[in-house]
Design a protein around this ligand. Structure first.
Ligand code: 289
Ligand code: CA
Length: 160
């Protein structure tokens, strides 16, 4: 058996015997990913795991909670990762905030580490910085992005 726990998310799974035999050793991370795959609020893409606890809050609150859990807000770097995020948005019927903002410089969207984004999926007409107040990015059920006020409450979605 393996066990993985953090402040926000706790997962537990019995590792299958055949996996122990095939790999000889099964790391806690592998067990963790394996369990997330079976959990509806989780998605695995490559070596990235997206997971929600169902909590809703504003951008600063969600950013802090993901950090405290040892991850960060979902920050898709390609279409496959964006599709995984979209699936969670559709399942929960709630949009999420990404770990992307243009808080530093209007119109220049960056990841939380300050790197300029390498992938985007804007809805037509976005980002429009409506009323000069939209510096965060939400994902709609169609997977498209809209810039939105960071004070809005959205579903938490962290990546690990
Ligand atoms: O407060 C404005 C938002 O609710 C959104 O309204 C419309 O969907 C569009 O104008 C969006 O760009 C905007 O973020
Ligand atoms: Ca907008």
């Amino acid at each position: 058996a393996c066990y993985s726990s953090s402040l926000q998310f706790t997962v537990f799974i019995e590792c299958k015997d055949y996996l122990w035999f095939s790999y000889g050793h099964l790391s806690p991370l592998f067990c963790y990913c394996f369990s997330v795959a079976a959990f509806p609020g989780g998605q695995i893409v490559g070596n990235k795991v997206f997971i929600t606890s169902g909590y809703e809050g504003n951008f600063d609150d969600l950013k802090q909670r993901c950090l405290q859990a040892g991850g960060q807000l979902a920050s898709p770097r390609n279409a496959a990762e964006n599709t995984a995020i979209q699936q969670i948005v559709v399942l929960y019927k709630k949009s999420v905030f990404l770990g992307i903002t243009d808080i530093q410089s209007e119109g220049k969207f960056k990841y939380l580490n300050g790197e300029a984004i390498v992938y985007s999926n804007w809805q037509q007409g976005e980002p429009n910085d409506e009323k000069g107040r939209e510096n965060c990015v939400e994902v709609y059920g169609n997977g498209k992005w809209n810039d939105r006020s960071c004070g809005e409450k959205k579903l938490i979605l962290c990546e690990f």
